[in-house]
Design a protein around this ligand. Sequence first.
Ligand code: FEO
Length: 173
Amino acid sequence: MTDKDINEKLEKAINDQINAEFYSEYFYLSMYAYFERMNLQGFKNWMNVQMQEEHAHAMGLFEYLQERGGKVVLEAIEKPKTDWSSPREVFEDVLKHEQLVTSKINALLDVAEDVHDRAAVSFLDWYLKEQVEEEANVGNVLKTLNLVCDDKQCLFMLDKELASRTFTAPVIG
Ligand code: FEO
């Protein structure tokens, strides 16, 4: 246990972000279940990787808060949506969600800046860069779904492509 070395407002904001990252994991787990029902194994794999990334994001913040002597307070995780009309609708939701997460990370950085915590700003910068990558990744899948995937054959081809995504544990901070 380290001595408390973090502003309380920032501690609360990091705890909120931990909850948002665990919610993201839960949200993608719900999409994982949807793709299982649709028997789209590649899409399901994509969601499995995404869930693991979100778990790593949550734990990165969790460990950072502890390292700074802060108190981790876990809150209830909101119930995610369970049904979608198509894979395209799923990815529209993913993009919207990641855009929301980006705005949350920006707000968290604002708090770190407001309390003049440069160490936290530097740590949280990683999350902002990660969001740029996430939005680009999702945008690419959505572009394919929007532009060329109007038939089942295309969906199966995309499913094959998404099956190759693998999880590499991120080095955070
Ligand atoms: Fe952890 Fe997808 O944001």
